[in-house]
Design a protein around this ligand. Structure first.
Ligand SMILES: Cc1ncc(C[n+]2csc(CCOP(=O)(O)OP(=O)(O)O)c2C)c(N)n1
Ligand SMILES: [Mg+2]
Length: 761
């Protein structure tokens, strides 16, 4: 009837979900996909009315607690946080991590949710945190469709779970299809449990327990899920349950019928072997219920569902109706005094006639009206305009809030504590500053831990954690295999359960293996739950400049385009990096910190208050005051630009060099605009491709801050070449911006203003 745009349902997979719900305990977590309505309802974590509220995109958190209308139907989530952003007791409730649509992308965080139990059981420092775990007894339950098991993330997760021995149970809902494509196109040997047999644990060797069960066999399902629950909960053995012979009575979704791709025989088989039909037969044949009794229950339930559906629709509509009536009345009273009376009344009449009007109809009509009367006096426009401003504010809350934390734990709320450096502060390698910071933090923050490739025994490839595994143990400073995506997943899952992980990506160039997960899952988490969940993961990596195509990347434009919702820090040295980590650990926001790859051996003074001072987010630092040209930069480019500034000062050109420090948030106090007001010229310099990070900074300053009006010369960007950097020092010189590049570019901007004083080069 056009009331809902799209529907995707869990029928054909109900029975297994009831069995899974029976084995699920408080404190456990689910990370699944769009078929799990029965499971959520069986737990009591989803009412029928809430189910329909999501279908209609009801923006009210009480009506639709999973996503406040932000996600299409079939995305399930429980709320881990109180209104003020603080944690609820997760061990006192059933938990579902917030779903996302990309197939198999639930897997990496599932691994992390299970891994958290491992930490809570083995890391003695976490024992008191009973709102998050009771001795690591919580199981992380995953669900995934058969076709989605072909994704790389599925295999990466299964392998990691087998290595880590975490309490993860994955149920594969196998209906023989992935939309229209049958199993033989998806899975080796046509069976995921067959294909995975090499992972099967034995009496003597750890691995994954693999169970196989039919989706219509209730007793076997109950047995399988109970077995899995026990193994995972008590022994931390990962389990895969392959649930075969499931059906999909209505096809994949509302957007196409399955008669197009399923044979008559298959359609008949799905009718005969549908789990609900089979369960009915089972209940009758075993004498548990009579056919009449079941008919009665079905009729009654149908009536209840219809009632809740109507209630959801009415509640959804009620709010819109109130706004519609207000708008109509205001437009009509405005029309009475307006020269555009006829047009306004016509717009009001058209709005009133709209069938199933939505907010867009209301707001777009009001905006059209305001545009029509733009030349009329304020007294005529005022009421309608005020109403529009107020409703925009409300709609902002409904549709645009919570990209970042709105709680007292937001990074912006963190109290700045200045760094203390004096004459007694010794000069050390940059990496030693980080090492001192991590030492302090491991000592003082029991929830903090780090994991990554080579992070444990050798203390990362640049030795910022050197000696810290030996000091704090393997549950705090951990080596992992080479699997960037699930390293991040481990971090996300652990952060969802109250821990403070730092997940390391060895080089920024390899972030690409995990950027999909960060973009789809972590960066959207707060937004897509409207503040219902948080995962304050810190992703630590290093980049910008070293050697060659895969160890010198600075793909900031890519990151800025895909990770809105995360904090992006680009510290110029390790002193700044340590202060940023301190800020992040006081906040609840997820972040990416990119250290300078060529900065670990450079000398810096060891701060007196290492571990305690903080670097505020979104506050640029003026590295060198100047009067002629503002140069905006960050990261390793700070040193290059400062060298150029020294050279130019010798010929009387004074650069004001600004380190932005963080790209998200960006210069929240307008420091750069103020600088341009003084210098009237600006250059944005970085190591990204042309049109990348520097173009972003330009947009922020000229467009958002409006600094274009202070310019006396064309604003410019200086970036690396469009290709990736060639190898060796010469490769770097001819690929990345050099001191000469900055000097010449800055000089030419001065030439534009005063060609006489600064003749062309
Ligand atoms: C990464 C990604 N690719 C494609 C899609 C589109 N898509 C949604 S569901 C689906 C089929 C999934 O089949 P299966 O895993 O067997 O689950 P089922 O729907 O059969 O339960 C596809 C291709 C997607 N959501 N994500
Ligand atoms: Mg399928």
């Amino acid at each position: 009837m056009g009331k809902a745009k799209f529907g995707i349902f869990g029928d054909g997979k109900e029975l297994a979900q009831v069995a899974m719900a029976r084995a699920f305990r408080k404190g456990d977590f689910r990370a699944g996909y769009y078929r799990d309505q029965t499971f959520m309802m069986a737990l009591g974590e989803l009412t029928v009315q809430q189910y329909f509220a999501q279908l209609y995109a009801h923006t009210n958190v009480e009506a639709e607690p999973a996503s406040a209308g932000r996600l299409m139907n079939g995305h399930y989530a429980t709320r881990s946080l109180n209104e003020d952003g603080s944690w609820k007791s997760l061990t006192a409730q059933y938990n579902s991590a917030a779903d996302i649509s990309p197939t198999a992308a639930q897997m990496p965080k599932l691994l992390g949710l299970a891994f958290a139990s491992k930490l809570y059981r083995n890391n003695k420092g976490l024992k008191g945190l009973t709102d998050f775990s009771v001795n690591g007894n919580e199981v992380a339950w995953g669900t995934i469709g058969n076709a989605s098991t072909s994704e790389g993330m599925f295999f990466e997760t299964i392998n990691a779970a087998g290595v880590l021995q975490v309490p993860m149970v994955v149920a594969v809902w196998d209906d023989g299809y992935g939309i229209s494509v049958p199993t033989e196109f998806h899975t080796t040997k046509g069976s995921i449990s067959e294909a995975l047999l090499g992972f099967q644990r034995t009496d003597t060797v750890n691995g994954v327990e693999i169970l196989r069960v039919k989706g219509w066999d209730y007793d076997a399902l109950v047995h399988a899920f109970e077995t899995a629950s026990r193994l995972a909960r008590e022994e931390h053995v990962p389990v895969l349950i392959h649930v075969e012979e499931m059906t999909q009575p209505q096809g994949h979704s509302t957007s196409g019928s399955h008669e197009r791709y399923k044979s008559k025989e298959r359609l008949q088989w799905e009718k005969d072997w549908d789990c609900m039909a089979k369960f009915r037969e089972h209940l009758i044949s075993s004498g548990i219920a009579t056919a009449d009794h079941l008919d009665e229950i079905e009729a009654e339930v149908k009536g209840q569902v219809k009632k809740q559906k109507d209630a959801a629709w009415n509640e959804f509509n009620e709010e819109i109706k109130v706004e519609l009536d207000q708008a109509l009345s205001l437009i009509r009273t405005t029309a009475e005094n307006s020269t555009r009376k006829i047009s306004l009344l016509q717009l009001a009449d058209d709005l009133q006639k709209t069938i199933n009007p939505i907010r867009k109809d209301v707001v777009s009509t009001v905006r059209k009206c305001l545009f029509l009367i733009r030349s009329e006096g304020d007294s005529i426009k005022k009421e309608l305009k005020d109403w529009y401003v107020q409703i925009q504010d409300v709609n902002q809350g409904r549709y645009n809030s919570h990209l970042y934390s709105q709680s007292e734990f937001a990074v912006q709320q963190c109290k700045p504590i200045p760094v203390e450096i004096n004459d007694n502060s010794p000069l050390v390698d940059g990496r030693e500053i980080l090492q001192a910071f991590f030492d302090y933090t491991l000592e003082h923050n029991p929830q903090f831990f780090t994991l990554g490739e080579d992070v444990g025994k050798i203390g990362d490839v640049n030795q910022a954690f050197a000696g810290l595994q030996a000091k704090f143990g393997e549950w705090r400073v951990m080596d992992t295999s080479i699997r960037e995506c699930t390293i991040l997943g481990q971090g996300i899952g652990a952060a969802l359960r109250g821990l403070r992980p730092m997940a390391e990506i060895q080089y920024l160039d390899y972030l690409l293996y995990g950027i999909q997960l960060l973009s789809d899952d972590l960066a959207t988490l707060t937004y897509r739950t409207k503040g219902g969940q948080k995962a304050p993961l810190i992703v630590r990596t290093r980049g910008h400049r070293l050697e060659g195509v895969w160890h010198s990347g600075s793909p900031m434009g890519m990151i800025l385009g895909s990770l809105r919702g995360m904090i992006i820090c680009v510290p110029r040295n390790m002193t700044q990096a340590a202060g940023m980590y301190a800020t992040l650990l006081q906040s609840d926001e997820p972040a990416l910190v990119i250290e300078c790859l060529n900065g670990y051996r450079l000398k810096e003074q060891m701060p007196q208050n290492i571990g305690r001072y903080t670097v505020p987010m979104g506050i640029p630092e003026i590295l060198c005051p100047g009067t002629d040209l503002t140069v905006v930069t960050y990261g390793s480019m700070c040193r290059i630009v400062m060298e150029a500034a020294t050279e130019l000062a010798e010929i009387g050109i004074f650069l004001e060099v600004i380190d932005v420090q963080t790209l998200l948030p960006f210069d929240t106090n307008g420091v750069i605009g103020q600088s341009i007001q003084k210098t009237n010229r600006v250059l944005f310099a970085d190591e990204d491709v042309p049109g990348g990070g520097a173009a972003y900074m330009m947009q922020q300053v000229l467009d958002l801050q409006g600094a274009y009006q202070f310019l006396d010369a064309a604003p410019q960007t200086l970036s690396a070449q469009a290709h990736r950097p060639a190898y060796s020092t010469d490769g770097d010189y001819f690929s990345k911006p050099s001191v000469e590049d900055v000097v010449e570019k800055a000089y030419l901007i001065m030439h534009e203003s005063n060609p006489k004083k600064y003749p062309s080069l």
